[in-house]
Ligand binder design. Structure first.
Ligand SMILES: Cc1ncc(COP(=O)(O)O)c(C=O)c1O
Length: 400
């Protein structure tokens, strides 16, 4: 099995079993070194100043934009806007695009598995615009027939915002079918790819995404950088959300002329070192190979699910097929609150997450309060899974 672990310095200084990559991924050497290198060698404020270093800093930042555009199959680099995280990217679309086009009585279609970051901006907007929200309800494998999608998306639908991969069930939603049906009814499609870009090849055109958002930190990149892809014609309809330095071409006492797209959406000093780190994260994932990462994650997920099957009090949410989990396995245990399970694992130096994972409507729909989530990534190994299973299989004894 591939040993990517040696690329991650975190594991040389800790004896922690890290199974919380869906919250944030550990960083490989090239990403950590890139941020350091930026501040040691290239630190200047991009877009400001005509000295050589400022020009170099601008070039590095724009190289990062091109790398992201190419990586997700965007038609042009200008379609990539850097934000602080996926949450900011999704809010930007809701506030500056959807709020312009949404009319009273229109419908926004979401899925029941959404993370609050792709839920709250839309519920709030619907309330403000007197529009309504409808939900697609995939089965636990993430599946929905076209018939079911057609029952929810109609000519009343103006916006469809869905996760590509659920951060709780790990299932992949049929975004291509959803987008095709949404477009037939004249709606735009926003894809939250925060849990998918690190597990599969994402191409905005193949998916049919009009907008797509993700965070660098979940794909081994730095915290503090998010990406919003938007089709250029749609970005042209948007006003900036933030106003200030370097997002205007000229300012007079009476008014302003905006900078071009995408710079008009990136007011103030940008996270240049973070974007440089993100570019290295893309290179790292590409050289590791998404197919090899997938193979490893799926095989560890299989090991976990097969091992957990011998504990009859442990119930895995979602598909019974490990390869449909994108490394994300949530479970509940009879009579043992999720936070207690997570605390016991933590006592054994095993980091997992418990709670409703910022997806409360999904938990209401499933009729459960909380779950434990194990999330596996390329640096995990069989020993991590075995040690976790060992604790889970004797956890009831430990409690009693
Ligand atoms: C599916 C999904 N969307 C959006 C987010 C929000 O990401 P961030 O906190 O980086 O903005 C998360 C974070 O867990 C997520 O899992």
């Amino acid at each position: 099995m591939d040993c990517f672990r040696k690329d991650f310095p975190f594991f040389s200084s800790h004896d922690i079993i890290y199974l919380d990559s869906a919250a944030t991924a550990q960083k490989p050497y090239p990403v950590i070194e890139a941020e350091k290198e930026y501040y040691e060698r290239w630190n200047a404020n991009p877009f400001r100043g005509s000295h050589g270093l400022a020009i170099k800093a601008t070039e590095l930042y724009e190289d990062g934009r091109r790398a992201v555009a190419e990586w997700i199959g965007a038609g042009r680099a200008e379609e990539i806007i850097f934000t602080r995280n996926a949450t900011e990217a999704l809010n930007l679309v809701a506030l500056q695009y959807a709020s312009r086009v949404l009319r009273p009585e229109d419908e926004i279609v979401l899925s029941i598995v959404e993370h609050h970051s792709n839920l709250l901006p839309w519920i709030r907007l619907a309330r403000e615009k007197n529009a309504s929200v409808r939900y697609l309800v995939p089965d636990s494998d993430g599946l929905m027939t076209e018939n079911e999608i057609e029952k929810v998306i109609s000519d009343k639908t103006r916006i469809v915002a869905v996760a590509h991969v659920s951060n709780v069930l790990g299932c992949t939603l049929p975004v291509q079918s959803i987008a095709r049906i949404a477009h037939k009814h004249g709606a735009e499609v926003i894809v939250d790819a925060t849990q998918s870009v690190q597990h599969m090849k994402v191409n905005v055109k193949d998916l049919g995404a009009d907008f797509l958002a993700f965070s660098a930190h979940k794909m081994t990149g730095p915290m503090g950088v998010g990406v919003l892809y938007g089709r250029y014609e749609l970005l042209e309809m948007m006003d900036p959300l933030f106003w200030g330095g370097e997002m205007v071409g000229s300012v007079s006492e009476e008014g302003w002329v905006l900078s071009g797209i995408p710079h008009c959406f990136e007011a103030g000093t940008v996270n240049a070192a973070g974007v440089y780190g993100l570019q290295q994260a893309i290179l790292y994932l590409e050289s590791a190979g998404i197919g090899r990462i997938r193979e490893k994650v799926d095989s560890l997920a299989r090991m976990f699910m097969e091992g957990a099957a011998s504990e009859s009090h442990l119930h895995i949410l979602g598909s019974a097929r490990p390869e449909e989990h994108n490394g994300i396995i949530s479970f509940i245990m009879d009579d043992l609150p999720a936070e207690d399970v997570a605390a016991i694992l933590d006592g054994e130096s095993i980091a997992v997450r418990s709670g409703y994972h910022c997806a409360q409507p999904l938990f209401e729909h499933l009729g459960i309060r909380q779950a434990v989530r194990v999330s596996i990534f390329l640096y995990n190994n069989e020993e991590d899974i075995q040690r976790t299973l060992d604790v889970l299989l004797r956890i009831r004894e430990m409690v009693s």
